[in-house]
Design a protein. Structure first.
Length: 82
């Protein structure tokens, strides 16, 4: 239903911005600030999001961490771009 799609998008974006704001606070206060900001960015919709995600995954440490999580979930690894 179109209204559910719009409501879902609004809720995801609001939740994403809440994560970003909370993560910014955690940069000063105790907590996992950077991780919380990244989770918030992945929830919101913005132009260039796919390009940002691909750029992030192209870094070897991020790709290794993602493939480690995928192995634990019995999923095939993501290919190495380099």
């Amino acid at each position: 239903h179109p209204m559910l799609r719009v409501a879902s998008s609004v809720i995801r974006n609001v939740l994403g911005w809440m994560f970003i704001v909370a993560g910014m606070g955690m940069l000063i206060l105790p907590g996992q600030g950077i991780i919380t900001i990244v989770v918030g960015l992945m929830l919101i919709d913005f132009p260039g999001k796919l390009r940002l995600e691909r750029w992030l995954v192209s870094h070897r440490p991020v790709l290794r961490a993602m493939n480690w999580m995928r192995r634990r979930a019995a999923r095939p690894p993501l290919p190495d771009a380099g």
